[in-house]
Design a protein around this ligand. Structure first.
Ligand code: HEM
Ligand SMILES: *[C@@H]1O[C@H](CO)[C@@H](O)[C@H](O)[C@H]1NC(C)=O
Ligand SMILES: *[C@@H]1O[C@H](CO)[C@@H](O)[C@H](O)[C@H]1NC(C)=O
Ligand SMILES: *[C@@H]1O[C@H](CO)[C@@H](O)[C@H](O)[C@H]1NC(C)=O
Ligand SMILES: *[C@@H]1O[C@H](CO)[C@@H](O)[C@H](O)[C@H]1NC(C)=O
Length: 494
């Protein structure tokens, strides 16, 4: 008896002390409007049993509501969605909001990387930035062209064969491309589909596990997570998936470095900087950085280009306009020529289509930051230090107030210069913005344009899917649980 009472006494003291020490945090948090997030037993049950599909809906609910900001408690963590473009701008550019919670810690493999600690982030980002700049990308455009040609060869086998899920082709392409950019040659696009599909499903599983952990605070504790089935799945997935390439990529880069010392021909890839002894990166850091870039590069671009093809298959009028532009630039041909930077820059309508695709279906629908100091946003709301600030890109991109009544429709013309000028900056942020903006945004845009130009010149794309019927799932990224079914047939040209 006594023992229990003493125990309860200490727990009460402990909890009271916690709230007292953090009274300002709770006071400020209290003032932030509550979302319609469901805290009943039913709601908790939903989260307990959630998979990527349910989490997509739960997240949408959690940050819908107030026009300025909305809070959702997930366990002891305060998530606040910030909706107004001017507040998003403030958050994404504040030096007190550069850090990211969670994802980092869960993806145990990525400690010493751009997704890791802020100290790592600063120095790594500074080193990598030039490699993703416009000038260096000129060296990568030939790789993009070559890899897309392999895709086009494989598409010949799919022509006229009915529906297929184009996501598998796209992921194989993006993975093979990023590996080649890291000087590592491997044939993925021509692998048997079982090998490709298993790899891609593993990657998706890994991303789903990270997402589920974000919503289930008890799984943040490694000792609990380690006892779950998910943890064993994660181990398996990590062993079986792309991470297997990482070691080969590093060894290959180190060999190249030695050879270069002999014949002085410098590789232009960021991986050469990472393995160069003069930068003192530990093996673990190199490993983490490469896994990070691979993870960030392939799934995202593959989803974006698959979504674009699906939407173009649903909207044949838009597809025709893209083709008209292509014919104007390249003539009435089925085969795209080599696309250099100048040619790619001429594909203006295609760029509007890609932009509209990522507005309507932002590949990364939520981004998270954590603030080291209090930060004040519109209407006097203050986000206390250590808030998990969430930017609900999906909600902002679909806001009727910003984009008009047809915000849920696919209409690339809204990116016409005179229309887009009226949109507030930071209302369109598929790659985020500010110092932690996607490092690969130019890379992704170039690759997508080369892909889509090649495909659309040769093939007429059809899709029977309807956007309203697509079941999206949250795997950090937002992707279609039913895949991206399209069919292709050779285009008629005169
Ligand atoms: C359509 C394709 C892509 C989309 C929509 C996309 C989107 C994003 C977004 C929204 C972020 C910010 C995440 C946050 O703030 O929490 C980000 C970060 C990042 N992205 Fe991308 N991305 C794409 C392609 C790529 C590619 C091709 C690469 C590499 C080649 C890449 C590498 C990265 C890296 C390394 C970061 C972390 C940057 C940092 O923390 O400093 N991404 N991406
Ligand atoms: C996609 O195509 C495959 C193969 O034809 C088919 O089995 C599947 O049901 C289709 N999925 C959707 C959502 O239409
Ligand atoms: C959980 O497992 C990971 C790897 O499987 C290991 O590194 C970690 O030490 C384990 N943590 C605990 C608390 O058991
Ligand atoms: C690398 O490490 C060596 C020895 O630990 C140190 O002298 C040198 O300044 C470091 N270089 C960089 C670029 O940090
Ligand atoms: C497409 O979006 C990017 C931002 O991601 C913007 O810089 C560019 O101007 C847009 N292009 C068009 C044609 O609207």
């Amino acid at each position: 008896m006594i023992v229990t009472e003493v125990l309860i006494f200490f727990i009460v003291i402990f909890v009271a002390k916690h709230f007292w020490v953090h009274r300002r945090f709770y006071y400020l948090a209290h003032k932030i409007p509550q979302s319609s997030f469901d805290y009943s037993l039913r709601g908790i049950y939903q989260i307990l049993t959630a998979d990527g599909k349910k989490l997509f809906h739960i997240a949408n609910e959690a940050f819908n509501g107030n026009e300025v900001c909305t809070k959702a408690w997930i366990g002891p963590y305060l998530f606040v969605g910030v909706v107004k473009p001017e507040d998003v701008k403030k958050v994404l550019n504040s030096k007190d909001c550069l850090d990211k919670p969670f994802v980092i810690k869960f993806a145990n493999i990525l400690k010493g990387s751009l997704f890791g600690d802020l100290n790592y982030w600063h120095s790594h980002r500074k080193l990598l930035n030039p490699y993703f700049g416009a000038k260096n990308l000129l060296n990568i455009i030939p790789i993009f062209n070559a890899k897309v040609k392999i895709l086009m060869e494989n598409f010949k086998k799919l022509e006229g064969k009915g529906d297929f899920n184009v996501f598998y082709s796209m992921t194989a392409l993006t993975l093979e491309t990023i590996l080649k950019v890291m000087d590592y040659d491997v044939d993925i696009q021509n692998q048997k589909s079982e090998v490709k599909n298993a790899f891609i499903e593993n990657l998706e599983k890994f991303l789903e596990i990270i997402t589920i952990r974000i919503f289930q605070p008890w799984l943040h504790l490694n000792c609990i997570f380690n006892c779950t089935k998910m943890s064993r799945q994660q181990d398996k997935v990590l062993t079986d998936s792309g991470v297997v390439f990482t070691k080969d990529v590093i060894n290959n880069a180190k060999n190249l470095l030695e050879q270069e010392d002999n014949n002085n021909e410098k590789s232009k890839s960021f991986i050469q900087a990472l393995v160069n002894p003069k930068y003192n990166f530990s093996d673990e850091e190199i490993h983490d950085e490469i896994s990070t870039v691979m993870l960030a590069a392939q799934d995202t671009s593959a989803i974006a280009s698959s979504t674009a093809l699906m939407l173009l298959g649903m909207h044949k009028d838009v597809q025709q306009k893209v083709v008209d532009e292509l014919h104007e630039i390249f003539g009435n041909t089925l085969d795209a020529p080599y696309l250099d930077f100048e040619k790619i820059s001429e594909l203006h309508y295609l760029e509007m289509v890609i932009n509209e695709t990522m507005r309507l279906v932002p590949v990364v629908p939520y981004i998270l930051r954590i603030n080291s100091k209090d930060i004040e946003i519109s209407e006097g709301y203050i986000l206390p230090a250590n808030t998990f600030i969430t930017v609900p890109i999906l909600r902002i991109h679909r806001s009727k107030k910003i984009w008009g009544e047809d915000a849920d429709h696919f209409r690339p013309e809204r990116f016409d210069k005179e229309n887009f000028e009226k949109i507030p900056s930071y209302a369109y942020i598929p790659f985020a913005k500010g110092p932690r903006m996607c490092i690969g945004w130019r890379y992704a845009m170039l690759l997508m344009k080369i892909q889509l130009a090649n495909i659309l010149l040769r093939y007429e794309v059809d899709s029977d899917m309807k956007l309203e019927d697509v079941n999206f799932q949250l795997h950090i990224t937002m992707n279609s649980a039913q895949g991206y079914n399209i069919s292709i047939k050779e285009r008629m040209v005169d």
